[in-house]
Design a protein around this ligand. Structure first.
Ligand code: NAD
Length: 276
């Protein structure tokens, strides 16, 4: 997709962090926005920001893990603008816990939001975007979609699934010569509110006991690396540019992919699992 002006972009988790960065990058290119988010206060603030700047925008409170809610988002988009060209499946959550101790409720929550959210997005929006004769679907995975560190099992599972979903989709679209293209965003550490939002939205409040200090330490390390991380507006720009340049992979910290190479080398040499 080359020309963005006056086209319609739907961004899930678009009221904060990376999603807000994408919304800003699309607004700068003259797009009309639909911002979907679970956090209604952040949603209101984002809508005010764009309305004040004269950008056409609607906000929609929506839980991406609910198929009917994603369908309602598409219906509202079509009713308001009559078209949709770009979908960013970006809403996501994550908490560090061992595979042994993570509650099933938390496994389900993370996979529902981080993987079923993008699956529902593709299912509901792809036919609508294809009907426009041009468009794009981007989903936010993570470096956790390419590498599996300990204590992040559920997040790794969901984010690996997002990479697999988008790679299969892009190959199918090319085979069919579809006018729609697809890409996947795999960020490294980005300075956002993901830790706070994940604690706030987590359905199960009780801490898993057996991980003890380990999970707490991991959470503080993650928080420190997020705070030292990249500005989310920069990531939004990278995604918009990748759509313009028809790139599939959007890596904010491409040198981290060396870990993927190391694992492939070990797989070929002695079939051991590398430490990351
Ligand atoms: N921040 C990082 O370092 C980092 C790294 C890799 C990947 N990611 C991914 O980037 C994406 C965006 O996260 P972020 O870091 O900008 O965090 P963020 O919390 O600042 O933004 C995520 C937004 O998603 C919304 N959200 C959460 N659950 C939702 C649901 N069920 N339905 C709709 N909206 C929901 C939140 O309210 C929030 O506004 C996520 O998919 C995350 O996994 C982030």
């Amino acid at each position: 997709m080359q020309e963005f002006k006056d086209k319609v972009a739907v961004i899930t988790g678009g009221a904060s962090g990376i999603g807000l960065g994408m919304s800003r990058a699309f607004a700068q290119r003259g797009m009309k926005l639909v911002i979907a988010d679970l956090d209604s206060q952040a949603l209101e603030a984002a809508v005010t920001e764009f309305t004040t700047a004269g950008v056409p925008v609607i906000g929609h409170a929506c839980d991406v893990s609910d198929l009917q809610a994603v369908q309602a988002l598409a219906d509202k988009t079509m009713q308001h603008y009559g078209a949709v060209h770009v979908l960013c499946n970006n809403a996501g959550v994550g908490i560090p816990t061992s595979a042994r101790n993570m509650k099933l409720e938390d496994w389900k929550w993370i996979i529902d939001v981080d993987l079923w959210g993008p699956i529902y997005g593709v299912k509901v929006f792809l036919p609508l975007i294809e009907a426009q004769g041009e468009g794009h679907i981007n989903s936010t995975s993570s470096m956790a979609g390419l590498l599996s560190s300990g204590m992040m099992g559920a997040y790794n599972v969901a984010k690996h699934g997002v990479v697999a979903l988008m790679a299969a989709l892009e190959r199918e679209l090319r085979a069919k010569k579809s006018p729609v293209t697809a890409s996947v965003l795999c960020p490294g550490p980005i300075n956002t509110n993901i830790s706070r939002h994940s604690v706030e939205f987590r359905p199960s409040r009780a801490k898993p006991k057996a991980d003890g200090d380990k999970a707490g330490k991991m959470a503080s390390n993650i928080q420190a690396s997020l705070e030292a991380g990249m500005d989310p507006d920069e990531v939004g720009e990278m995604v918009a540019r990748a759509i313009e340049d028809e790139k599939f992979w959007v890596l904010t910290h491409p040198w981290w992919a060396k870990g993927v190479q190391k694992q492939l080398d070990a797989l070929m040499q002695d079939q051991t699992l590398t430490r990351i």
